[in-house]
Design a protein around this ligand. Sequence first.
Ligand SMILES: [Zn+2]
Length: 320
Amino acid sequence: MKPLASLSLDLDNEWAYMKTHGDPAWDAFPSYLDVVVPRFLRILDGLDQRITVFIVGQDAALAKNATALRSIATAGHEIGNHSFHHEPWLQHYTTEQIEDEIASATDAIVEATGARPIGFRGPGFTLSGATLEALAKREYRYDCSTFPTYIGPLARAYYFMTAKLTPEEREQRKALFGSITDGRRPLSQYRFELADGRSLLEIPVTTFPVVKIPIHFSYILYAAMKAPWLAIPYFRSALLACRAFGISPSLLLHPLDFLDGSDVATLAFFPAMQMPKERKLDVLARALRIYRDLFDVVAVGDHAAAIEAAGVTRSVAFTA
Ligand SMILES: [Zn+2]
């Protein structure tokens, strides 16, 4: 029997990338969901692979996205909450703001998809005690916002170099992609003990055991662009290390893993958008095959249920 692992997709839309990047045209909510959703559904269907799709509340609230979003639930995938406004500075929200953020996203997602999310991933891997408490209060079963890597500050420096941001916008984004604290967080699943006495299961985004370098698909595709010979062996070694260390991995996909510059002109400047999609989809298919060869890959909610059933022993007090 293969060990368990999970797979998800953060459904960041065109406007969300533009917003984080400081492009003022974001507020017309340009969307590529009609292009990317049928594309990834077809690929997952071909593999008979069920995953969790984390949806942004703002997209769920717009009628133009209704068909695409509904089709994800109809195809049988788990639906998760990826916040309402997709602001990677959500850890600065007040308790009132975060409760409203979780509630409005939940309501819009239920309305659009007919499915009630039980899992949450913060935009840009942001997280706060208030967020976890708001989730536990609303009977969410798991959070998967932690990204235990030390390269967060590096990724942020690179991003600041390429983004068009005012000093205020930079201040707002100063925790984007995480801090050294995030690097120290565990790779294995545990329960976050919260200040209000509640607790919530945490399923971290898996990074390379010990060295904690990212291994999710956007990074594999980026590696495939820079050093084609390295990407797949690197991914395979990371998964073998997970098996050796008894880590049950949880990996994620992004819409840009399925798109190239010819699909979305506004995002063509992103490094990974310069690789033709045929090539991307080929690397992705190879990586997914390895993931599924080594693990029994399920949706994150099923992963959470299996961990609960096995009894999670480890508890960690939440610290920002
Ligand atoms: Zn996101």
